[in-house]
Write a protein that binds this ligand. Sequence first.
Ligand code: G3P
Ligand code: MG
Length: 250
Amino acid sequence: MEKTLTPKRPLIIAHRGASSVAPENTLAAFEMALELGADGIELDVMLSADGKLAVIHDFSVDRTTNGTGKVPQLSLAKLKTLDAGFKKAAAYQGERIPTLEEVFSAVGGKLLINVELKNYHAPFDRLTEAVVACVQEFGLLESVLLSSFNPFNLLKAQRLEPALKRGLLTVPGKKGRIMRGWPGRFFPYDALHPYFCDVDAEMVQGQHSYGRQVNVWTVNSPEEMQRLADLEVDMLITDDPALAREVLEG
Ligand code: G3P
Ligand code: MG
């Protein structure tokens, strides 16, 4: 029987960084993910009013910072004045919204980086172009994976840089099933990023037979982590990378 020195397990991707313990989408959360032994991080990026790559999940800054307003209407200089840490815990007061360049400088090459293209409010803006150029500039083609619910972003990325891996995100339930049904024929991608409840053996085997990875979001319960590992998914995107290591590595 063939022996494997390293048992196969899904890679652990810290969702918005180690967001169960540190403020989401901040350098503190990404560095914490590294410290906790995650294999990678997931982050969200959109364009600021002056076309800079701001790493933030919500369209508005209200939930995660001490500011108000919509990210695409605020300049990077304005975004940088906001505190993106204290709402998580006082210890993180002063943490800033990072740019993609700052994240790449801090952890690029040390972690796999799943960049979610978050331009759902402006699907034909220049976000994909800017992200692809940034990945090329930092020489991170091997360790960055783009993803988006908008398949047009992935198509554009493929044309700009065929070597860059692309994951199609799908929403839970029936809408997700429709997305998985037809866009693949027109929008080729390297990995499917489904919601965890939708994942079963048939899906994993089917995607693997097409040569695609199955990278699942957002998995936070030990039972689900184990179920998905048993199905041999490729990546678990989780808020709690420490828990995932405990479950997957015993
Ligand atoms: O990439 C998986 C996940 O991040 C997609 O949803 O809303 O957390 O960005 P959301
Ligand atoms: Mg995301």
